[in-house]
Design a protein around this ligand. Sequence first.
Ligand code: CMC
Length: 445
Amino acid sequence: MADEQTQDQGGNGNVATARESLSVTDNRTGKTYELEIENETIRAMDLRQIKVNGDDFGLMAYDPAFTNTAACSSEITYIDGDAGVLEYRGYTIEDLCENATYLETAYLLINGELPTQKQLEDWVFEITHHTYVHENIKKFVEGFRYDAHPMGMLLATTGALSTFYPPAKNINDEGERHMAAVRLIAKMPTLAAFAYRHNLGLPYVYPDNDLSYPGNFLSMMYKMTEVKYDPDPRLERALDVLWILHADHEQNCSTSAVRGVGSSEVDPYSAVAAGVAALYGPLHGGANEAVLRMLDRIGTTENIPDFLEGVKNREEKLMGFGHRVYKNFDPRARIIKKNVEEVFEVTGVNPKLAIAVELEKNALDDDYFHERKLYPNVDFYSGLIYEALGLPTDMFTVMFAIPRTSGWVAQWLEMVQDPETKIARPRQVYTGAREREFVPMGQRG
Ligand code: CMC
């Protein structure tokens, strides 16, 4: 250990070091190394100097799934998983849900500051006037099978946008970066709504510039023969709050995918398409869909004890519970639960709510979940809202992708401007065979 040690002020016998460093002794050689600690972190590359002999590659850190590895520094989103705190650029999620709109929040994530009135008006105008997509995108969507999963369609159309905006590959051009950010945020609801209408065999509805961001989305989804769609302001606000909650969540699987793919200096549409692909998975954005399927399977509150027994016997997972970072209530789950009640005032109560509430209560009272610090996450209740809005389960993850786009874009912008950025290229621990002699076909098997 470091040689300068002092007794701590409390005199409780704990030892505090005076230096911001870590001393490591390699027991293979007896040598001691001092590694600098900055922001409670050591640099993994500092381990490389630890060698048995000169030819040795040097020590690496082994961390499958990056459970304890910071891959970047970021000023965008702060999470304290133990305390259940989530902040965007220093503003709590509760404050933003109470006082801001989704587009205001997107501006904050991307620019680092809340907009002035004028900045917000300009931003909303810009987003509103880039919601249209090229007619060829419409034809592209028409080419999918009638039952194509909307996330698959969203993934493909997001990637396809890069072919419509080739200058976006000039990622060092500030103007191009800005246009890509605006276009991605503006067009994602249009792509999502086209995918939804395609599944239903309904004509696509073009964006309506007179409506708010969520109001326009509701119009593109649900407008039928009426000349003008008139969204319910309560649903518009509920959607806006849901989208604020989902806007960013620091280095999760899809954001890491955006950063990882974007680190190759590919255009931002392709990088964000990687994020959509990652979000599609049932352990990430697909969890809200899985929650609804789970509630359907449970069927009635009487079946909850049996279902939980199955979870504890590891026959299945309690979807919508647990989180890699939150080891306490996910603050987003609390806000969503309140939001559910407001949406149900408009749409009428979904009977699955009673099952979800009872399931949550039983799980929170159970030692299995308590010991593992498993609490409801953002996806436990969000699916109920989407179902109340008349959305099929296949659309749930799409509803997550729309707002997460602002987070992906903010993280991508931060990454491309970070002087420490290099192409992402993890190491491996090779455990396979070496230097084998080639076996001719006749001698195999
Ligand atoms: N149901 C039952 N047991 C669980 C669950 C669950 N949902 N989640 C974790 N556990 C158990 C797990 O089996 C393990 O038990 P043990 O220590 O006895 O082996 C322990 O809790 C620790 O779990 P872990 O798998 O090491 O935790 P992780 O950090 O690798 O996984 C997670 C996090 C979110 C993938 C996981 O909790 C999970 O699969 N949850 C269900 C899917 C879900 O709701 N995902 C949405 C996440 S929030 C939205 C988003 O960010 O995308």
